[in-house]
Design a protein around this ligand. Structure first.
Ligand SMILES: C[S@@+](CC[C@H](N)C(=O)[O-])C[C@H]1O[C@@H](n2cnc3c(N)ncnc32)[C@H](O)[C@@H]1O
Length: 354
């Protein structure tokens, strides 16, 4: 293996200065702890005072896909080696010899070689299905299915390297496939019609086969889609979560990738977030405290650009539609007119309400 591939370092051994990761793997601030909320589920809390500007988390994606228009000519396409994820400018790119899809490229021959076993897992599937999925179902569905294939590819590499899934008993947070396995989201989270449509996609495109040898049941893959849809991040070049929104507003830029992060996925949403998040140049998700956070306080990000939805109805409507939950952040609860309290929380998350 070359020096740019996976470097596995215990989180405690790593340092983070001014929001910049010093290592290739994940890092978690010692005062950021996991706890549980009866309504929201898992959450991050501060165990001690965390000063504004503190870097809290640098998390490496378990799987990431590029999301760009016209990949062949787009300089924002990222290197497909998951240990790199840096931009792969057109002039310096290495493509797949099997010519699977143009979205797959590496920034150097070292990255291409280092990514061989992971890409081999997805290559036949991409060659066989990518074009027809894109033509029939569009870019969103293709991206979702490809991200699932990449989750399975990383699991495949993890199994090859360790023989079994590595345990997290000695760590503060689960990692690897074990962390992906424990992500929230199930068929109960999504509408009946949505689950029915995903079931059809799983049977058609994601069943275990020689083209996609994952060995998992169709139910498990359906569950993985439900988890991925509740936990994946869009990657934008600039920060998300400034509150109050600065004037003029900060445009977070155009999405260039989508990813699933094992630890960052624990962060709940708040419409008055105390964490700003942004991917670094290697696609690692970096959390930074946007104000002082006091012991016991929940640490939250914003799941969307807060300048796009300022009123309570607009914010809650957006979260219900895109993420299928009723926001119970401090700001939404405090802005609820008394008579609305029952209405919002009693409203079922069925298709006709979104
Ligand atoms: C990315 S996960 C966050 C971690 C999650 N709480 C867990 O248990 O793993 C997103 C899910 O957390 C819950 N959630 C996040 N923010 C919330 C909020 N402001 N109000 C209510 N539920 C929230 C919703 O169930 C949502 O689907």
């Amino acid at each position: 293996m070359s020096q740019v591939v996976y470097i596995t370092v215990e989180p405690s051994e790593q340092t983070c200065v001014d929001g910049i990761s010093q290592k290739q793997s994940g890092w978690i601030h010692e005062h950021l702890i996991e706890s549980a909320d009866p309504v929201k589920g898992r959450q991050f809390r501060a165990s001690h005072h965390i000063p504004k500007g503190t870097c809290l988390l640098v998390d490496r994606p378990y799987a990431v896909i590029p999301v760009v228009d016209e990949p062949a000519v787009n300089d924002n396409l990222i290197c497909n080696n998951p240990a790199c994820n840096r931009r792969a400018p057109r002039a310096e790119r290495y493509s797949c010899l099997n010519a699977c899809i143009q979205d797959v490229a590496w920034c150097s021959s070292i990255c291409k070689d280092a990514d061989k076993s992971r890409h081999d897992f997805e290559c036949t599937w991409l060659k066989r299905y990518a074009e027809s999925i894109r033509n029939k179902l569009g870019e969103y569905e293709f991206g979702m299915l490809w991200l699932i294939v990449r989750l399975l590819a990383t699991r495949h590499v993890e199994l090859q390297e360790h023989g079994s899934m590595t345990g997290s008993q000695t760590r503060r947070f689960k990692h690897g496939w074990e962390a992906i396995d424990s992500l929230c989201g199930s068929s109960g989270t999504w509408s009946h019609d949505q689950v029915k449509s995903w079931t059809t996609l799983v049977k058609k495109y994601l069943k275990s086969s020689p083209a996609l040898p994952h060995g998992l049941s169709t139910d498990r893959i359906l569950h993985l889609i439900c988890q991925e849809e509740a936990n994946s991040f869009g990657l934008y070049p600039r920060e998300t979560g400034h509150f109050p929104p600065p004037s003029p507003p900060i445009d977070r830029g155009e999405q260039f990738a989508a990813a699933v992060y094992p630890t960052a996925a624990i962060a709940n949403h708040s419409c008055v977030p105390n964490i700003i998040h942004k991917p670094n140049d290697e696609g690692h998700m970096v959390f930074t405290a946007s104000r002082d956070i006091f012991p016991g306080q929940e640490c939250c990000i914003s799941y969307f650009d807060l300048t796009q939805h300022s009123e309570l109805d607009s914010r809650r409507g957006h979260l219900r539609k895109s993420f299928r939950f009723v926001c119970h952040c401090d700001r939404c609860v405090s802005e609820e007119p008394a008579e609305d309290t029952v209405e919002w929380s009693a409203m079922p998350l069925t298709d006709d309400t979104i």
